[in-house]
Design a protein around this ligand. Structure first.
Ligand SMILES: C[S@@+](CC[C@H](N)C(=O)[O-])C[C@H]1O[C@@H](n2cnc3c(N)ncnc32)[C@H](O)[C@@H]1O
Length: 220
């Protein structure tokens, strides 16, 4: 069972009893998503491209997806967004997940409501949520950006291995990047071992670091 918790920036997250973890940082769910995935991922790619493809590991509440859609509309981007989720949240819980930003809230509700596995053409946002297991992912598409938003390695170690990161590496275009809130040393080593160039910018709120993994170093 999942239940809603309000985090320190007044935005909601979910607590998963099955995984013993929250879906976002308790220090600020919205702040974390904006910092890790929008600022250190999407905003960087948007400096050089207006058509951007994003793969998200773990659709969860839809917060990252809705923030990305909002950013696309505010910054004249065209985004293709594919996300995977093995354990969709129940309708009962999703109706309790309410953000103070009503535009964001409407987008979350819309993305939660669309059917699984089909492609949906929304304004400046081509969206598909796959109901499935990342471990069995079989996608032929390539992406500019991966939001790697699995539960932590202590809870799901199988999702932070070299094996899975080598699949993520293949999914990216040559100049693509993967962002994650996780800054564990072993995770960074696993990313490096499959070929990523790993950086550790400051994390959101009180967190010292997060991780950005680049497929190739840019020359400029
Ligand atoms: C940290 S939460 C993601 C939060 C989400 N990005 C959001 O914005 O709300 C991790 C998500 O990964 C999902 N998950 C766990 N194991 C998975 C797997 N093997 N394949 C796909 N999704 C998985 C969980 O159900 C959960 O929704």
């Amino acid at each position: 069972m999942n239940r809603v918790e309000i985090t320190k920036d007044d935005s909601p997250t979910l607590y998963s009893e099955a995984f013993g973890q929250t879906y976002h940082s308790i220090h600020g769910a919205l702040s974390e998503s904006l910092h890790v995935f929008i600022k250190h991922g999407l905003a960087e790619i948007a400096q050089s491209k207006k058509e951007i493809s994003v793969f998200e590991m773990g659709f969860g509440t839809g917060l990252n997806a809705a923030l990305t859609w909002q950013y696309a509309l505010q910054n004249q981007l065209q985004i293709t967004y594919i996300t995977i989720e093995k354990f969709p949240i129940s309708e009962e819980v999703s109706t309790q997940f309410i953000t103070q930003d009503s535009d964001l809230n409407d987008r979350i509700v819309r993305l939660q409501a669309v059917s699984w596995n089909e492609k949906h053409i929304l304004p400046q946002f081509n969206f598909q949520k796959i109901k499935g297991d990342l471990m069995n992912l079989n996608l032929s598409a390539q992406f500019d950006l991966i939001y790697y938003d699995a539960f932590s390695p202590s809870s799901q170690p199988e999702l932070w291995t070299e094996e899975i990161f080598s699949k993520m590496y293949i999914l990216l275009y040559p100049s693509g990047l993967l962002t994650t809130y996780c800054a564990k040393g072993q995770v960074k080593r696993n990313l490096k071992n499959v070929g990523f160039i790993v950086e550790s910018p400051p994390g959101p709120m009180r967190k010292r670091e997060m991780t950005v993994a680049r497929k190739l170093i840019s020359n400029n």
